[in-house]
Every structure is written in structure tokens, then in C-alpha cells.
Design a protein around this ligand. Structure first.
Ligand SMILES: [Zn+2]
Ligand SMILES: [Zn+2]
Length: 226
């Protein structure tokens, strides 16, 4: 339950990774050093801990960004909006059915305080997001869920990949509407072109780089895919 301190993505941006829920989902708190405006990416739960972290660093939360609709990623999004008045942005509209199921699914996963989510804006392939003047790219990466997106900051070489890719693994595709081949295609066609040097924060577990995964990931490494 300790906060991980990760390398600074860019001189103007600061990030803290806060694992939440029994599933230890990596919520990212990222903020702009000059404006002190920040966003939560995938606030899955433990709203009080998340807001305490924002307060601790003096960050004003201006948005929630969601990679996909699973409850461990989106469960606290509505609560953050209620407390701060900020908009919820993402994921792609094809995950709305999951956002509508968060309360119903909560009991199964021991995340009883999750709330259903209605985003203020859906994300699509090629969209951009801004934080304090810094621009982030968006790529639609279906497979783990149909509406999964990856959000990345090219200048800082940092991507937030949710449950698409992990250190040494890839996202599960045995959930409803999961698709293994689609997931592989998303990773190879949408993520690898962002460059080997791109570091990524996965939804669970430690950070890595796309280059490292191409080298030795047993599911999507170059040697495996041929
Ligand atoms: Zn997921
Ligand atoms: Zn997850």
C-alpha cells in the first residue's frame, strides 16, 4: 500500500503512483509543477487516500482520466467528481456497459464503494488531452475491454496503459467481450510505434518500457511474434 515514486516524466510534470483496492490497481496522480493542476488516472477506489495524496502535494484536481471501464480502475471516478467538480474523461464509449455495471460488480471483488460512471467526454483514437499546457496523446487499444484507451505523454516518454500491457505479461481476455488477437494487435500496431524508450505505468505491478517488453515479454516479445 506504499506509494511508489517514479522517475519524473518531464521537468514540468510530477507523478505519484498510488496502488488502490484489494486488486492493487495503480492510480496515477500526475500534476503540472507550475500550475499545480493535476489529474487522477484510473482512480479505482480508496477515495479518501487519493484525495489526501492530492492535498499533501497541494494539487488541485482538474480531471479524472480513465483507461477503461473495469471497477478497479473507475470505481472512485464519480466520487472524485462529486468532491472536486472535475470532469471525467474517457474511456472510449465502447466501455460504457462496464461503467454501468460497477455497482453491481463491486460485491464480487470486495470494492463495495464503487459507483457507476457517466463520463463527461469519451475518448477516441487520435484525441489529445492537456494538463497545464502539456499535451497527451490517446490511442484506442481494444482487446482487454472493447473501449480501452492508452494515454501517453510523448515528450516525457511515459504511457498509462491500464490493463493492456504489463511487465512480462498482457491483459486478461477471458472477461466478457475480451479478444486476445485484438489485444495483441493493439499492442503491436498502436503501442510499439510510440518507441522503445516509452516507459509505461501498467494497471497493476511495476513499470517497464515498451523496448523491454519487445525484448522479453513472453506474449508480445519480438521473438515470440516473429
Ligand atoms: Zn481491467
Ligand atoms: Zn485492472
Amino acid at each position: 500500500m506504499t506509494e511508489q515514486t517514479s522517475p519524473t516524466p518531464e521537468p514540468k510534470l510530477e507523478i505519484r503512483i498510488i496502488p488502490v483496492t484489494p486488486l492493487q490497481q495503480n492510480t496515477s496522480l500526475i500534476w503540472h509543477r507550475e500550475t499545480m493542476e493535476g489529474v487522477f488516472i484510473d482512480p479505482g477506489g480508496e477515495i479518501d487516500r487519493l484525495m489526501a495524496a492530492a492535498d499533501q502535494f497541494g494539487v488541485k484536481i482538474v480531471a479524472v482520466w480513465l483507461t477503461h471501464g473495469h471497477l478497479d480502475h473507475a470505481g472512485a471516478a464519480t466520487a472524485v467528481k462529486e468532491r472536486t467538480g472535475c470532469p471525467i474523461i474517457g474511456p472510449h464509449k465502447d466501455d460504457q456497459w462496464l461503467l454501468d455495471e460497477i455497482e453491481a460488480q463491486g460485491a464480487k471483488y470486495g470494492i463495495a464503494d464503487g459507483k457507476n460512471v457517466q463520463p463527461d467526454r469519451y475518448l477516441e483514437e487520435g484525441d489529445t488531452l492537456t494538463l497545464g499546457g502539456e499535451t497527451f496523446g490517446v490511442t484506442h487499444c481494444p482487446g482487454h475491454t472493447p473501449g480501452h484507451v492508452v494515454i501517453y505523454h510523448q515528450p516525457g516518454q511515459l504511457a498509462f496503459v491500464g490493463d493492456v500491457l504489463f511487465r512480462g505479461s498482457i491483459g486478461r481476455t477471458d472477461f466478457p467481450r475480451g479478444n486476445h488477437q485484438q489485444l495483441i494487435d493493439s499492442i503491436v500496431q498502436n503501442l510499439w510505434p510510440l518507441g522503445d524508450g516509452m516507459r509505461f505505468v501498467p494497471g497493476h505491478g511495476p513499470m517497464s518500457t515498451f523496448g523491454q517488453e519487445r525484448k522479453d515479454n513472453p506474449f508480445v516479445g519480438d521473438a515470440v511474434l516473429g
